[in-house]
Design a protein around this ligand. Sequence first.
Ligand SMILES: [Zn+2]
Length: 123
Amino acid sequence: MAHFLEAERALLARHYGCAVQIHITSGFRSGAVNRLAGGTGTSDHMEGLACDRWHERMDNRTMIDPRAVIELLAASDLPFDQLIFYPGQPRIHSGYGEPMRREVRHRIEDADGKAHYPLGLPT
Ligand SMILES: [Zn+2]
C-alpha cells in the first residue's frame, strides 16, 4: 500500500506546491477490530490494503479539506479501489484491493443509524 500512498503524496505536494504529510489513523485491522470499527465484512482493511487518513500542508501546518483530496485523486490517473468521504470528518478512507474500481463513495446514515455508502460525493 505504501507505493500507492507515496504516489498520492507526491501528487498532493505538486498540487499544493509544498510538502504534504499523510497522517494514517487506521491501517490493517483484524476481523474483530474491523467489526468494532464498524467496517464492512469485505473491508480492504482486513487485507492490509486500506487506510483512513488525513492530510496536512507542511508549509503552514493546516489540514487539507478531505473533499478536495478525494476530488484531486479521482481526477488523477492513480489507481485505487475505493475512496470514501465522511461528511463532517477530517479523514478519508482509501482502499487498494483488486479490482481497483476507482469508486468514490460517501457515508450517510439512515434514521436507524445504519451506514450506507452511495456512489459519488454529496451535492
Ligand atoms: Zn477505512
